[in-house]
Design a protein. Structure first.
Length: 176
């Protein structure tokens, strides 16, 4: 994955925006910006001293376990209802209030639309843990993606519960 720094102008509002994005190469970065309806003012590889900007970008794009559990739950529900994968991801993007969940489903939907499998789209986004993407891949190969999603939901909820208990246990000694 390469990091790109861009400056674009929105065709509708005329606002100029700057940002950083990760893609495989310069052509896919340009394609992504054009699909958003942006006119590119400038785009180049990210110039970074000691990788500080890359580090801050990767930390700001991480998703919490709570957002991941919500994503898995919504996706599992929609796939069980008979919706297509791409349609489910677009519905999650459009109906979500959380900006991180919107971004997560949008990035994944873009990769799925390009023909990537769900596990590959999750891996390319760089937002999901490796174990989760591999579990989805195994579920796809065996034909049980919804079962794999349910396992991920349970695992993530147990991790959240354990983290909550650990934090509560740490508060008591601090108060004493």
């Amino acid at each position: 994955m390469e990091y790109f720094e861009y400056k674009v102008k929105n065709a509708v509002s005329g606002k100029v925006a700057k940002g950083i994005m990760t893609t495989d190469d310069l052509e896919s970065a340009i394609d992504t910006l054009k699909r958003r309806g942006e006119s590119i003012v400038e785009i180049d590889y990210l110039k970074d001293f000691m990788n500080l900007r890359k580090l801050s970008f990767s930390l700001s794009t991480r998703i919490s376990k709570k957002i991941a559990a919500e994503f898995y739950t919504m996706l599992s529900f929609m796939l069980e209802a008979g919706m297509s994968l791409h349609e489910s991801l677009i519905t999650i993007r459009d109906s979500s209030i959380s900006k991180k969940l919107k971004r997560l489903s949008s990035v994944t939907a873009d990769e799925v639309r390009k023909g990537e499998a769900l596990s590959g789209a999750m891996k390319k986004s760089g937002l999901f843990p490796h174990a989760s993407t591999e579990q989805i891949r195994a579920g796809k190969e065996s034909g049980t993606v919804t079962t794999a999603l349910k396992r991920l939901i349970l695992k993530t909820e147990k991790e959240l519960e354990f983290t909550g208990k650990l934090k509560n246990a740490m508060v008591y000694p601090i108060i004493i």
